[in-house]
Design a protein around this ligand. Structure first.
Ligand code: ADP
Length: 399
């Protein structure tokens, strides 16, 4: 069955068409600058040339319409008609406590996603718009929602509760949810496959290190803790997000600089992380690594603090799980940066880890990068959230 995977942001829409049986990518692309001057569709059929179409897209419905037109185009399309698309899998950011797994989208489910808008004001409204645009243009095609938060719903209460008055949980559901769940689930399963062991027998730490970054502790296939919280701001140092800070800093800056809460939240989300630590040098890890290798102190400060937090979380999760069989690196930085993996693993000799330098410099494959005989194995597993969404969607539609 062909599954259209949609990842809808406020002004962008990424898509992939995947054959769920062969798990092959059929086409992929993205609509940029939806409802903004200069909108365009980038479309690439598998094995074909990338095509860029500049076209006005006043809203997400027009964007989806252009995507469907491209997929069914006589010359460059990949399917004859929309009937060849069996289902749509939507990447959804926040499912609150409603969803611990992927689900068929119904009116009731949409209402629950709407209820979670308060928890993810930048993402959930855009996700809902994407669902409604697809529903309007593909009536009768099943839609499935796959939530970033779902995999983390197995966290025990002691891991997900904040130590603030309990009524805030009761009244507003303020708790830790975690994100990147589809990636953490996919990578922990793939790691088990690479190690040739059932996921139910392994204690795995997944380091999803991209612009947004999070770590999770996956014990016997279930997430028991993760570094992001109520929002994706908690946890590791990220590209521009601060990660964990003393909450009193907010009050301190507010008083010092007469800033509002909104202004400070903007600073913590957009001007902090390695960008802030490097004194505004860059939020891109490639730039930072190049500068670090040339002796730039701002870049060194940022990368060292970034790695220190990863090391700290790994230590915490080893303790929480009473050991770890595997540590996995994934996402843009985790998959592509031997430097960061080196910096992190240099502090993990207590787990019996030594890196195989040659393996650590390979790219684009699932690979064990620790030396044979290492106590805890270290792996690089390229994440594939779209494939994971296609798999879950196909499973729901078939059942
Ligand atoms: P997100 O999906 O959160 O935007 P990604 O998983 O795409 O993030 O990761 C993006 C980050 O990965 C960028 O900061 C980028 O610099 C980093 N990255 C990508 N390739 C490399 C590389 N070869 N070396 C170091 N960092 C890289």
């Amino acid at each position: 069955m062909n599954i259209l995977v949609i990842n809808c942001g406020s002004s962008s829409l990424k898509f992939q068409l995947i054959d769920s049986e062969s798990e092959k990518l059929i086409a992929k692309g993205l609509c940029e600058r939806i409802a903004i001057e200069g909108s365009r569709l980038v479309y690439t059929p598998a094995g074909g040339e990338k095509q860029i179409t500049e076209a006005p897209m006043r809203d997400h419905k027009e964007a989806v319409s252009l995507v469907l037109k491209a997929l069914t185009d006589e010359k460059t399309g990949v399917v004859k008609s929309l009937d060849e698309i069996g289902a749509v899998g939507h990447r959804l950011v926040h499912g609150g406590e409603h969803f611990s797994k992927a689900t068929l989208i119904t009116e009731e489910v949409k209402k629950a996603i709407q209820d979670c808008c308060e928890l993810a004001p930048l993402h959930n409204p855009a996700n809902l718009i994407g669902i409604e645009a697809c529903e309007a243009l593909m009536p009768g095609t099943p839609m499935v929602g796959v939530f970033d938060t779902a995999f983390h719903q197995t966290m025990p209460e002691e891991a997900y509760m904040y130590a603030i008055p309990y009524r805030y949980y009761q009244d507003y559901k303020i708790r830790r949810y975690g994100f990147h769940g589809t990636s953490h689930a996919y990578v922990s399963k793939r790691a088990a496959a690479v190690l040739g062991q059932p996921v139910e027998s392994l204690k795995t730490i997944v380091c999803h290190l991209g612009n947004g970054a999070s770590v999770s502790a996956v014990k016997y296939g279930k997430c028991i803790d993760t570094s992001m919280g109520l929002t994706p701001l908690e946890g590791l140092v990220m590209g521009t997000r601060s990660g964990d800070i003393d909450p009193a800093i907010i009050e301190f800056i507010a008083h010092k600089e007469g800033k509002s809460i909104d202004e400070i939240m903007n600073i913590l989300n957009k001007e902090s992380g390695v960008y802030g630590l490097s004194n505004g040098f860059s939020s891109d890890f490639r730039d930072l690594e190049d500068a670090y290798l040339e002796g730039n102190e701002d870049a060194a400060r940022a990368l060292k603090a970034f790695s220190q937090r990863v090391i700290k979380y790994i230590g915490a999760y080893v303790a929480e799980m009473d050991g770890a069989d595997a540590i996995c690196f994934t996402a843009g930085l985790g998959e592509n940066s031997p430097i960061i993996r080196d910096m992190v693993c240099a502090s993990l000799s207590y787990l019996g880890i030594t890196l195989d330098e040659e393996a650590n410099h390979k790219r684009g494959e699932e690979i064990i990068i620790s030396r044979p005989g290492s106590g805890t194995k270290v792996l690089v597993i390229p994440t594939n959230e779209e494939l994971a969404i296609a798999r879950e969607t196909a499973e729901i539609v078939k059942s």
